[in-house]
Design a protein around this ligand. Structure first.
Ligand code: GLA
Length: 542
């Protein structure tokens, strides 16, 4: 019973996810979210479709171009993304970060941009109109992203030495700016926190206002606008970001910047001495671990990627890619896409690694073993029964042989198959000692049999006393939410850790599904509003 219902749940989920993929394998999830918003707005139906959105993938201008970003750079990067196979692999957003405007508004309070920085691209367009670049990006079959700050002033970090520009944030103009972004054609907005922090604002309050302004903009234009919260973890966004202001999918930054930007074309001593180290990558990964907060559609953001940038070796790229896909983190590549080596590019496009990233549960990994100092085994549950993604990270100076205790991954006996993800081939030995070079990472996809889950069944709107064992515990939930809005479920545990589970609305008799990790101790699920019915809850303890 338990096992077959898990299979049914998985089958339903995978069918839904397959429906969301277009022919070339890219997610249509944002489009589905948009459909849900439009249906909610215009049909007044409690029948919006649940949105199983994978964490976004794409490119962001900041790490490699900082404030020198302009139309030409963005066009070149978008072209590279469309031509080098990344688009086919699922990288879909082209995001323009800080530096696109310098804080000038007209008498009506509308943002004014430099016409030389953002000129007309096609005949009939006007210079100084951000709709030009959004249309260009769309013309390549990609989605466009833009950037602002929740505060008044924004970060305005002009490449290291330049003047600070004031008023580069959206405070006081939320409704106006988000409608403007949407009217220009943007599909994604990253909202930073420099001004908010300076003014000592509450992140939960400001981002809820931002979220409401985005909802309003979506209703006006009929275009979905994905919210990327960039508050660096300073006010524990993992507690309040899931479902903020009814957002059907969102991401929240968990730490500071992975590196200050490395702009290759800037000939100054500050930039010349910047080199990325493995520590930059490992620190961002560790700061990003809030596994109990992350669940289907709602993701910790470990920061934009630095794949192939100055200082990165192939092994460091592997560690970076391996940890980000294991974490189902946003894969927003901050590199100059016109300079990627074929090794870096093929890692970014590795299909089996991306399948780990796009797993419909979208969970973070759990460290299941430290066989010796500096050797770590990370495992993550997936939506496929009996499947685990496993990373063996070797942080030491010498190569190592590692055996895995499969029981610690919640599996019965030895796995049926073991897949070497980087090389896309099976291991032939049933239970090998895995060999991992110094400062490198091995990525495995493991298929076996789950230990039997505990099931909580049907028609409950509160479930108390879910017993987590001493090890990590994860759950798959099947639910109905006919309210037409995202419902937020509080998960309280005797460990003292309380998290929020956001469950998007379901249509008619449809079933929504989500995966989540439970905190240790005994957990209670309690629903803020009686709009959600649990159809099934399967709890797996490792
Ligand atoms: C902050 C953010 C970065 C980037 C810069 C732009 O530091 O964390 O990702 O957006 O601002 O100034």
């Amino acid at each position: 019973m338990q096992f077959s219902s898990r299979q049914q749940l998985t089958a339903a989920l995978l069918t839904r996810v397959r429906q969301l993929r277009c022919a070339r394998g890219a997610y249509l999830s944002a489009h589905m979210c948009y459909l849900a918003v439009v249906r909610f707005a215009f049909l007044l139906a409690a029948s919006a479709t649940a949105c199983f959105c994978a964490a976004p993938m794409g490119w962001n201008s900041w790490n490699s171009f900082a404030n020198i970003v302009n139309s030409q750079i963005v066009q070149q990067q978008a072209q590279a993304l469309a031509a080098n196979g990344m688009k086919e692999a699922g990288y879909e957003y082209v995001v323009i970060d800080e530096g696109w405007w310098l804080g000038e508004r007209n008498a009506a309070g509308n943002i004014v941009v430099n016409p030389k920085q953002w000129p007309a691209i096609r005949p009939g367009q006007k210079d100084g109109d951000m709709a030009n670049i959004a249309a260009y990006i769309h013309g390549l079959g990609l989605k466009a992203g833009i950037y602002t700050d929740a505060g008044r002033d924004g970060c305005s970090m002009y490449p290291d030495s330049g003047p600070k520009y004031n008023n580069t944030g959206s405070e006081g103009h939320y409704e106006q700016d988000f409608v403007q972004f949407s009217k220009w054609g943007f599909d994604y907005v990253k909202v930073d926190w420099c001004g908010g922090a300076e003014e000592k604002r509450s992140g939960a309050v400001q981002y809820a206002q931002v979220g409401r302004a985005i909802r309003r903009a979506e209703k006006i234009t009929g275009r979905r606008l994905f919210l990327s919260i960039c508050e660096w973890g300073s006010q524990n966004p993992w507690f309040w970001a899931p479902g903020v202001a009814g957002t059907e999918s969102t991401i929240w930054r968990t730490g500071g910047d992975i590196i200050p930007p490395v702009v290759e074309s800037l000939d100054d001593t500050e930039h010349a001495k910047r080199v990325i180290t493995l520590k930059n990558v490992l620190d961002s990964f560790e700061a990003g671990l809030h596994p109990e907060a992350q669940h289907t559609g709602y993701y910790n953001d470990l920061d934009m990627m630095v794949m192939g940038m100055r200082g990165m070796t192939d092994a460091m790229d592997r560690i970076h890619m391996g940890l980000w896909v294991m974490a189902s983190a946003p894969l927003m590549v901050g590199s100059d896409l016109t300079r990627l080596s074929s090794a870096t590019l093929s890692l970014l496009k590795n299909r089996e690694a991306l399948a780990i990233h796009n797993d419909p549960y979208g969970l973070q990994p759990i460290k299941v073993a430290d066989p010796s100092p500096g050797l770590q085994v990370w495992a993550k549950p997936t939506a496929v029964a009996g499947r685990r993604a496993v990373a063996i990270l070797n942080r030491t100076d010498s190569s190592a042989q590692v055996k895995i205790d499969w029981g610690k991954l919640g599996l019965v006996g030895t796995p049926r198959s073991l897949r070497d993800v980087w090389n896309e081939r099976d291991f032939t030995a049933a239970d090998p000692a895995f060999s991992v070079p110094a400062h490198d990472i091995l990525l495995l996809s493991v298929n076996g049999e789950d230990k039997k889950p505990v099931e909580y069944l049907a028609n409950q709107s509160d479930i108390a006393g879910i017993q987590a064992t001493s090890g990590p515990t994860f759950a798959g939930i099947e639910y109905a939410n006919a309210s037409g809005q995202v419902a937020v479920v509080r998960v309280k545990s005797t460990s003292g850790l309380s998290t929020a589970l956001a469950l998007p609305p379901t249509a008619g008799s449809d079933t929504g599904t989500a995966g989540f990790l439970l905190p240790g101790g005994t957990a209670d699920l309690s629903f803020e509003a009686l709009t959600v019915t649990v159809r099934k809850l399967a709890v797996y303890s490792w």
